[in-house]
Design a protein around this ligand. Structure first.
Ligand code: MN
Length: 425
């Protein structure tokens, strides 16, 4: 009876369009509501969102009383993340039983479930959690290498620490926005040329960063650490993440304390959180790590996932050009290693914290995850379908990132994260 939620043979009684990212094996979590109504926790099958607060109201699903009972499904997902992975695991199992095509499990409940369905095109999605803290890593070796070649020395492109620890910095959670939110070109200070004095004005080098982020469960108290072997039990799920960057502001400001105003004006995330359990069939071995990391970063087994990623750029009024195809498995440092490193000094993580991967670039030039790399610092502009070229983003450009896994007829995806560049103000 307890068929795993990710079994490929499962089908839903709710229609799922061909090539949908959201078959019954996915059961992602998001937060939103139909126009004007309060936001609740949701899951999604095909193009149908299902309001979990309504299911709970009808007694079809439950959250532990100490997490709020029925109330745990109103507003953001945070209450459900306070107690580790079992609460979400039990919930996905129950939702799978209610939503799969098996009338003996759910036939008598289908009318009640249908009352909780909201077509996704009628939904306003919000951020899934109250993101308290946001950390951005720098875990793609090819990205770090490319940046090192462009800005420093091709012979020593990787900094001496890079192969020994997952480099990261603390970002800004207040400016994380959900997919669909426009992003205003930032104003700032930068040097138009190396030998010129700094000026103030709209960034001239607005860029995208193709990243994948993960949200955490409530972690152990301050002063504790999360081991690399137990780290995945602290990961709620993954989202697509566009970590917009103003390269000119960043280049001038970053010494000696690192990224600041060139990065913190906006980061966009996809609204549906896809759990590690849903991604399990797509688990793959990460790259060989040489030199071997220190013991606290050493892990065994397959610690990454085969997630195909792409970036589309659509000029105002124009059609989309796919400018990048990459893959999550290109990352050198795994999420488990990132979390183990992040907490090795006793730093605590809380429910709904966001950790982003850093730009995900593969080996091939069309797999680079930023325009800085795709156009190689402006020296080989990106050609769009309409004949125009880009070194960096123009006002009116829409950037859309998509991600999905596919194997043996099973497709699990993230949907998209999209944002349009508004002129500076
Ligand atoms: Mn970033």
């Amino acid at each position: 009876m307890n068929i795993p939620t990710n079994s490929p043979e499962l089908r839903s009684w709710i229609p799922v369009p061909a090539k949908s990212d959201f078959p019954v094996q996915n059961i992602p979590f998001g937060v939103g509501g139909a126009d004007g109504s309060d936001s609740n926790c949701l899951t999604r099958i095909g193009d149908s969102a299902i309001d979990l607060a309504i299911l709970a109201e009808q007694g079809l699903i439950h959250a532990p009383e100490h997490l709020g009972g029925k109330g745990a499904f109103t507003g953001e997902l945070d209450a459900l993340l306070m107690d580790g992975p079992q609460v979400i695991r039990d919930l996905r199992q129950r939702l799978s039983e209610l939503l799969r095509d098996d009338a003996t499990l759910n036939g008598m409940h289908r009318d009640a479930i249908a009352r909780a369905i909201i077509p996704v095109n009628e939904l306003d999605m919000e951020l899934p959690a109250l993101i308290g803290d946001y950390t951005d890593f720098y875990s793609s070796r090819q990205h770090a290498y490319n940046v090192g070649v462009m800005f420093r020395d091709p012979a020593n492109a990787l900094m001496p620490n890079w192969l020994h620890l997952p480099v990261g910095y603390h970002g800004r959670s207040s400016s994380i926005v959900v997919s669909g939110t426009p992003v205003r070109r930032p104003m700032g200070q930068f040097k138009p040329a190396p030998d010129q004095a700094p000026v103030f004005g709209p960034s001239r080098q607005l860029d995208l960063e193709l990243e994948v982020g993960f949200l955490t469960y409530e972690g152990p108290e301050l002063g504790s650490r999360i081991s690399v072997e137990e780290a995945e039990d602290h990961i709620f799920g993954l989202v697509l993440f566009n970590d917009w960057s103003a390269r000119d502001i960043q280049a001038w400001e970053y010494v000696p304390l690192g990224p600041f105003l060139g990065k913190n004006f906006a980061s966009s995330m996809s609204p549906w959180v896809v759990t590690l359990d849903a991604l399990e069939p797509f688990r793959v071995q990460g790259p060989v790590q040489e030199p071997q990391p220190l013991p606290y970063l050493r892990s065994s087994g397959a610690r990454t996932f085969d997630i195909r990623l792409e970036v589309g750029l659509t000029p105002a009024g124009g059609s989309e050009t796919i400018i990048c195809r990459s893959n999550f498995k290109h990352l050198y440092w795994s999420m488990a290693q990132q979390l183990a490193h992040h907490t090795v000094n006793g730093c605590n993580v809380r429910a709904g914290d966001l950790m982003a991967s850093g730009t995900i670039s593969g080996d091939a030039p069309d797999s680079f995850g930023s325009m800085l790399e795709l156009a190689w610092k402006g020296t080989r502009p990106i050609k769009l379908n309409d004949g125009s070229e880009r070194k960096f983003l123009q006002d009116g450009d829409t950037v859309t990132m998509r991600g999905y896994c596919e194997k043996d007829g099973l497709r699990i995806g993230f949907g998209e994260v999209s944002g349009t560049v508004l002129p500076a103000e």
